[in-house]
Design a protein around this ligand. Sequence first.
Ligand SMILES: [Zn+2]
Length: 97
Amino acid sequence: MTNRLGNGQVSTMMRNDKYITKCPNCGEKVKWTYTDRGTKVAIDLTLVAIQQNIKGGAAIITPDGKLVIGSLAMAGAKDSIQGYTSHASTCRNRRRV
Ligand SMILES: [Zn+2]
C-alpha cells in the first residue's frame, strides 16, 4: 500500500491499533484502546458526550486517549467533550477478575 502523506512517514495513528472484540463478561462488543498514560482499556463503540466535572459518575476516553470524568451530556451540549465510555462503567455483567 502506498503512503501518500507526502512526508515519507507512516502515520503513527496506525500504532494505536484499536480492535474490536467481545467483552468476556457480558458478550457486548468492545474496542480496546490505550489512554495517553498507556493504560489498556475496553471502551464501548458508541461515541457519547460528557460534561467534565469531578462529581460525575461517567468516565470516557477521548479519541486522543484522554480519560475524562464527568456527567453524560446531550451531544453538542455546551462545553461537552466527545469520547467513548469505558466499558467497565457500563458492563452489565461486571465482575472482579
Ligand atoms: Zn461487559
